[in-house]
Structures are given as C-alpha cells and as structure tokens.
Design a protein around this ligand. Structure first.
Ligand SMILES: Cc1cc2nc3c(=O)[nH]c(=O)nc-3n(C[C@H](O)[C@H](O)[C@H](O)COP(=O)(O)OP(=O)(O)OC[C@H]3O[C@@H](n4cnc5c(N)ncnc54)[C@H](O)[C@@H]3O)c2cc1C
Length: 448
C-alpha cells in the first residue's frame, strides 16, 4: 500500500495547480486522474482551450469580412471544421505535454484510474489502496442534461461533441443563454450557420446587468441570430437528418434544425467518489460543502474548483487549488479574498468583476454608476467594433471602485485592470489619472 502526505483527485486546473504547489514545497504528493489524456481536465480537453481556439477562427472570419469590405482582397470560402478540429487536438496535446512536464519536474507522482474513498484516510484506485494525511478533491463538473433533450452525441449534443463535428451544420438550435451558449452562438453564426437560441430566462447571461445583456442581444440580432427569450423546449422529434422541436415561448414555435446543442449549465461531478465513506457532505445541488478555507466537513480533506459552489471558471479553480495547498502546507486557514473576473468570449466580449448594479440594487446599497461608450474611442473605431461600453460602480462617499463591467472589444483583457483597482481599493480619480497608451481601448477609463 502506498502512503502520501497529500493526494489530489482530479488533474484539471484546480487539481494540477494544487499538486504543483504542494510538491514544490516538498510535500509528498500523488495526483490521480482517470487517464493521462485527462491531464488538464475539462478546461484543457473540452472547455476553455478548445472553445477559445474555435472562437479565434470566428474572430478571424468576422475581421476578414469587415476588412474585406474595406479594401483587403480576400476570398472567404468558409470553414473546414475538420482542419480546425485537428488543429485543436494538436494544440491540446502540446499543452497537456507541457502540464505533464511541469508535474514531473516538480516531483508529483501520477496515478491513473478512478478514485473512490474507502474512509477518511484511505482511497481506492483500480484495486490499489492509497493512504493519505491530506486530500484535495478537484473532480470538476459535467454538462447538465435535460430529460427532454437526452444527449445522443449525433443530433443532440453537449459542448464536448462540438469539437468532434466533421461538418458544419446548416442550422443549430442552442438551448441555454449562458456563457457557453453565447460563445457557441458566436462561433456558429460567424460561419453562416443559422442559429436559434432558446433561453429560459428573460435575458442572455441571466446573472449580468440588463444593459450588458441587451447590448449582447442587439449585437446577436444584428448578426441574424434568432433569440427566443422566456422559452423552453416542450417537444423533440429526432429524424434521420433533422431534429424537430416545439418551443414554449410567447408564441408557440416549431423549429427544424440539423443539430441541437444543449448548453444548459454545468453540475458538480462527484460520480463514483463515494464521499459518504469519508463523511463528506454535499449540498442539495450536489456541490461538496466547504468552509472559507476550502475544508470539507472533514478538516484534512479539501475541495476546490467546479465541484464546490464558487464561480465555475478555470481561474477560480487555479486560485482555490493554490489556497488549499497553502493551507495544507502551513496549517493556516487562508480564504480567497481576490476579485474574480467573469468573462464571456462572445462577439462582443463581456467581462465583469466586483459588485454589479443588479447586486447592489438587490442588497439595497447606495452606489454611483458611470458609463463610457466606445463610440468616441479611436482604437474601437480602428477595430471596427465601437458598439461597446464600460460601466463602473463606485462608492458614493469616496468614489472607490467597487465593480466594473465591459461589453465590447478586448473586454476580457481590460477587465484585469479594473479587478486590480477593486482589489486595491483605488478611487476613480486615481484610476483615470494614470497614463494610458494611445490609441487603446483601456484609455476609455479617462472618459468615465
Ligand atoms: C465549453 C466550456 C468552455 C469553458 N470556457 C472557459 C473559459 O474560457 N475560461 C474559464 O476560466 N473557464 C472556462 N470553462 C470552465 C472550466 O473548464 C472549468 O471551470 C475548469 O475546468 C474547472 O476546473 P476543475 O479543476 O475544477 O475541474 P475539471 O477541469 O473538470 O477537472 C476535473 C478532473 O477530475 C477528474 N476526475 C473526476 N472524478 C475523478 C475520480 N473519481 N478519480 C480520478 N479523477 C477524477 C476528471 O477526469 C477531470 O480531469 C469552460 C467550460 C466549458 C465546458
């Protein structure tokens, strides 16, 4: 039987980051995942990296069409999605090899197989028993399936199967108006696929402020994306080549399409872990319960990333993995006090951080709101993308920046400047008083 000071379950962003920190601090660490191909988790293998690679092609197509009508002589013949899929596989292989190399260099021991708890100090992995002093669970999440839309991988797919498509559909219905739904609507519409979004709520990106979501809706409609709000699928009929859907919306709709993408959110993945054997509690929604130092109901067992109820982002998982390992190494109970940026790589991009206007209203907080539009920004004009805006939420007493949101070009990059301002309790005067390179989108801060 093998014995480790710390065992980490799951080699996604949360797990591998934690394992690296632990091993670099001299802790005897084992990292377990189902197979070598799972290193990097959902993020590397079927999430962040793949979607962003696909979206880079979409951005190129959109730019080509913009500059094509302004003098660049290009002939756009469409997308060879097989070539894109192949490129994405080699990109992922390269990145996975890089992560595996980092783990090896740090001295992390790897074990492949499905882990399950025997009790609160022993795990079983493919007939092997592992003893641990501490454990970090980082088993991530899986796509939520709707009983009315069972994923068959052919006509009704989840985000994972998008990367296996060998031909672009002529039409697609995307069920869900969250991050994943909006990013795929951007991708497919950029290549002329007829896109319909079926969104249960009253707006795209339901947790964001209404003005952001309206700006995204406007841009999507301009691109002929058909968006059905307050809508749900009530009937599905799969035929040889087509899927027929009945949609409950303002008016009862019947839609036919080649493909349905179910993008209705992610749920925590703890299948087969046998958490009950270790006395680890889960919430009603299946999240592993943790305190602010990421300890589960067993103090020596931690949980991080998508399997707990925090923001479902890779950067959240990385941060939590680092903090949990710090707590194991030092015996401290450090919490995550950082500001998490929320990012949607749609076209236009949407990025937010800190307090939103919606949340301030819900909490009854007095705030000041300032907005600056991209219309007068030189860089936005040069990019041919001047429909966006930046919004800042300020404390009315001292003008300290409490929250920020951006919809428009380069939003996912600029947001970090605003996260830093919120974390460091900077005032708008201080932020706007900095020197910004010209012409950049960031300099719009001076117009707030
Ligand atoms: C389409 C899509 C796009 C996304 N885009 C972004 C983005 O742009 N930016 C961003 O920040 N986030 C994005 N995300 C979210 C991001 O992928 C997740 O937040 C992140 O992967 C969570 O990391 P994690 O370490 O918690 O778990 P995961 O990455 O899910 O990794 C969990 C690992 O645990 C392993 N595992 C599970 N159970 C066991 C077991 N019993 N034994 C052994 N191993 C086990 C799994 O095999 C897996 O490798 C996206 C997600 C999707 C689906």
């Amino acid at each position: 039987m093998k014995q480790f000071q710390t065992v980490v379950i799951g080699a996604g962003p949360g797990g591998y980051e934690a394992a690296l920190e632990l091993a670099r601090a001299g802790v005897k660490t084992l990292l377990i995942d189902k197979s070598k191909e799972h290193i990097g988790g959902v993020c590397l293998n079927e999430g962040c990296v793949s979607t962003k690679n696909y979206l880079q092609y979409a951005e190129f197509a959109a730019k080509a069409s913009y500059f094509g009508s302004r003098g660049v002589e290009l002939e756009m013949k469409g997308l060879d999605i097989k070539a894109l899929a192949m490129h994405t596989i080699s990109l992922k292989d390269e990145l996975r090899t890089g992560v595996a190399w980092l783990l090896e260099q740090a001295g992390v021991e790897m074990l492949y197989g499905s882990a399950s708890f025997i009790d609160d100090h022993y795990l079983s992995v493919s007939d092997e028993t592992i003893e641990f002093d501490h454990c970090i669970i980082a088993t991530g999440s899986k796509a939520q399936e709707l009983s009315i839309l069972p994923i068959d991988g052919k006509h009704i797919i989840s985000s994972r199967e998008v990367f296996e498509l060998q031909a672009l559909p002529r039409s697609i219905v995307i069920v869900g108006g969250g991050l994943i739904g909006c990013e795929f609507a951007t991708f497919f519409s950029a290549f002329g696929v007829e896109v319909t979004m079926v969104v249960r709520g009253t707006q795209l990106l339901s947790s964001e402020d209404e003005d952001l979501s309206k700006a995204l809706l406007r841009a999507f409609k301009k691109r002929s994306i058909n968006i059905l709000l307050s809508a749900s699928v009530s009937e599905v009929q799969v035929e040889v080549e087509r899927v027929k859907l009945a949609i409950n919306a303002q008016n009862e709709e019947r839609i036919e399409c080649d493909l349905v993408l179910c993008a209705t959110g992610r749920i925590p993945y703890t299948d087969g872990l046998k958490l009950e054997n270790a006395g680890i509690k889960q919430s009603d929604k299946g999240f592993i319960e943790v305190n602010s130092a990421f300890q589960t109901t067993q103090g020596h067992i931690y949980a991080v990333g998508d399997c707990i109820d925090t923001f479902g982002y890779a950067h959240t998982a990385y941060t939590e993995g680092r903090i949990a390992s710090h707590n194991i190494i030092t015996g401290e109970a450090v919490t995550n006090t950082h500001i998490t940026p929320s990012t949607v790589f749609s076209d236009p991009q949407v990025a937010t951080c800190g307090l939103s206007e919606k949340e301030a209203k819900r909490l009854g907080l007095a705030i000041d709101v300032k907005k600056a539009y991209f219309k007068a920004n030189a860089k936005a004009k040069i990019l041919g993308d001047d429909a966006g805006f930046m919004k800042i939420i300020l404390s009315p007493q001292d003008e300290i920046v409490l929250g920020a949101s951006i919809v428009g070009a380069e939003a996912v990059e600029i947001i970090h400047l605003l996260s830093a301002a919120i974390e460091r309790k900077v005032t708008l005067k201080e932020l706007a008083g900095m020197i910004y390179a010209h012409p950049t989108i960031s300099e719009i801060i001076r117009n707030l």
